[in-house]
Design a protein around this ligand. Structure first.
Ligand code: ADP
Length: 539
């Protein structure tokens, strides 16, 4: 009974193998014979019966395979089949079958049976059709190659655009500086040049920040904050910040907040503000004088677990966008080139950033637009509302003139370590406006020496650049913190640096510094931080 069952099972296995195999054959090398166990429904191998194995390889297969494939098979025949003592008991080849201009790919597997001593003379050969796998691999390789070409093209275009867009404001700065130098006795002209230089550098800075944003987003380096924020406050800020431009272009702006509830949420204030400002300023930029803008904020009724979906609509009746352009509107540096847009300043990076940030917030952007009629951007983002709605605490905005008028620190002396001469001059001058005395060092070595040579309490604080020749800010801080007089070594050291990402802030603190101030320096912010640290030191 049992042996019958076993035979049954073996047949069943063979039958199943037959389903996926074009050919199964048994070879006896000692007799140079083969026996066909199974042939599939394909034309190939159909008429094959039993016979001499050498004939099968050197006549039958030679006739039915491509030249290359046959060479491989012949090699294997000599190595694998002839050297029977070899311990290798499995082998396989991928071969190309050719018949009547049709080609197919097969995988031929050779499985040698085992004897107690050495290898057996019996070999099972299984042949499978692998057309589909080959086709898939080829398609995948083609896709990889196409993607590679596309990436390279995109990178070249990106760099070309970047170089062009950076050159434009730099040219303006260089040209205006020359004009100002030639008219030093004409105060009005110099003032005009300086204002324009200020505007160009502001634009340059914004652009560099956007480029960095794009590249950080693309490399997955952006992480969203999860702070308690008021959406209403962000909306109000956006409306306030753009009010001047709306007025200048005599636009009518309608704001609809009727369906907006639950303003307090966990989210990333700076990023949401970035989305709002980009879309609102686009609406203003791309709408003619006297046009209409519409903004709507709404909290949709459907909840996703603890999350609300917030909808924000930015609509205008401006120049609109063509259907072709809409297909690539989110690509970096894409700007619609036409008569209406040629005089409008822009980088074509904003919408790419908007889409990426919205997607990070598990949301989506929908755009509808028609040339000459206007555009409508709908933003949907999911945010978790705070359980207890909190009171609005707005940061006071500070004006540089007010700060200089109000703050004075006579008798305070700080050490400024900065290698770049112009940056050192700017920082020293700005700080001197509030009566702080500044001592300068050109690198880490000088800073450590100056500090060590002076008595305790001589300096109240150190402003330390990070990247400096001879000794960087981290190393200098390390040496200062190791000074034996405890109180002296604990002097507040604030990093003054162009490295402004979150990880840079963290690194500064890890290296024993007390705070991080990003360049370019905004005086009100600098004074605010100095004030805070001088107070801490005195307490
Ligand atoms: P930028 O405005 O700095 O060029 P964006 O990425 O914000 O960059 O926008 C990309 C392009 O999309 C713009 O250059 C413009 O051609 C088009 N665009 C964006 N917003 C609008 C709008 N509201 N109306 C018409 N065109 C727009």
């Amino acid at each position: 009974m049992i042996s019958y069952k076993k035979i049954d099972e073996k047949e069943q296995i063979l039958e199943s193998l037959g389903e996926i195999a074009l050919l199964i054959m048994l070879v006896d090398l000692s007799q140079d014979t083969f026996r066909v166990i199974h042939t599939g429904n394909d034309d190939y191998f159909h008429n094959l019966r039993s016979g001499s194995f050498q004939w099968f390889i050197q006549c039958y297969m030679k006739r039915h395979t491509s030249e290359d494939s046959y060479r491989k098979l012949d090699l294997l025949y000599h190595q694998f089949f002839k050297k029977r003592k070899e311990s290798e008991c499995r082998n396989e080849l991928e071969l190309k079958l050719v018949e009547k201009e049709k080609t197919h790919w097969i995988r031929m597997q050779f499985i040698r049976g085992k004897k107690d001593h050495g290898t057996s003379d019996k070999i099972t050969i299984i042949v499978q059709n692998i057309d589909e796998i080959k086709y898939r691999n080829k398609r995948q390789q083609e896709e990889i190659r196409e993607r590679h070409i596309k990436d390279n093209q995109a990178r070249s275009t990106f760099l070309l655009n970047l170089s062009h867009d950076i050159r434009t404001p730099i040219n303006a700065v260089l040209g205006l500086t020359q004009i100002a130098l030639l008219h030093l006795d004409n105060q009005k002209k110099v003032k005009d040049c300086l204002e324009k230089i200020n505007m160009s550098t502001g634009y340059l800075l914004k652009m560099i920040n956007k480029v960095l944003d794009v590249s950080r987003i693309q490399s997955g380096k952006i992480e969203l904050e999860n702070e308690k924020i008021s959406l209403k406050e962000i909306i109000q800020d956006m409306l306030d910040m753009t009010q001047d431009d709306v007025r200048k272009k005599q636009l009518t702006r309608t704001v609809d907040m009727e369906e907006f509830t639950e303003e307090w949420v966990y989210g990333d204030k700076a990023r949401i503000q970035q989305i709002f400002l980009n879309l609102m300023t686009n609406g203003i930029k791309y709408t003619d004088v006297g046009g209409n803008l519409y903004f709507k904020a709404a909290t949709l009724p459907k909840k996703y677990g603890k999350y609300n979906t917030y909808q924000f609509i930015f609509k205008d009746n401006g120049i609109g966008m063509s259907r072709e352009f809409l297909n690539k509107v989110f690509e970096p540096f894409s700007r619609e080139e036409n008569k209406c847009t040629q005089n409008i300043q822009g980088t074509g990076l904003g919408l790419n950033i908007v889409k990426s940030i919205v997607e990070l917030m598990q949301g989506n952007v929908i755009i509808e637009s028609e040339p000459g009629k206007g555009s409508c951007f709908q933003i949907y983002i999911r945010l978790k509302p705070l359980e207890m709605q909190q009171k609005n605490k707005k940061e006071a905005k500070e004006d540089i003139n007010e700060v200089i008028k109000q703050k004075r620190y006579p008798g305070v002396r700080i050490l400024l370590a900065e290698d770049n001469e112009i940056n050192r001059e700017i920082a020293a001058e700005l700080i001197s406006y509030v009566d702080i005395e500044v001592d300068e060092a050109e690198n880490g070595v000088q800073a450590v020496k100056k500090f060590a040579d002076r008595p305790e309490q001589y300096y109240q604080m150190i402003l330390m650049d990070i990247q400096m020749p001879e000794m960087n800010g981290y190393e200098a801080t390390d040496l200062i913190r190791k000074i034996e007089q405890k109180r002296k070594s604990r002097i507040p050291i604030l990093a003054l640096t162009s490295s402004v990402f979150d990880e840079d802030r963290e690194r500064v603190l890890q290296h024993g510094m007390d705070a991080h101030i990003g360049k370019p320096i905004a005086l009100p912010k600098l004074i605010h931080i100095l004030d805070e640290w001088l107070k801490i030191k005195d307490s």
